[in-house]
Design a protein around this ligand. Structure first.
Ligand SMILES: [Zn+2]
Ligand SMILES: [Zn+2]
Length: 56
């Protein structure tokens, strides 16, 4: 679900997704659409979740 509001990560107003891990409402730039997690969670949990390692 998407809704307009204020991104909890970068503070920009726009269409938001909800992070599946922390529940923060984050904009398209701050969420990984493949996993549905925000950049903050992605940075800390990517390895544990997928085992893919850090690619960026
Ligand atoms: Zn954002
Ligand atoms: Zn998160």
């Amino acid at each position: 679900m998407e809704q307009a509001g204020l991104c909890d990560v970068c503070g920009v107003t726009g269409y938001l997704s909800t992070c599946v891990l922390c529940g923060k409402r984050v904009c398209m730039k701050c969420v990984d659409p493949r996993k549905g997690v925000c950049v903050a969670c992605k940075r800390g949990t990517d390895i544990n979740l997928s085992g893919e390692g850090i690619k960026e």
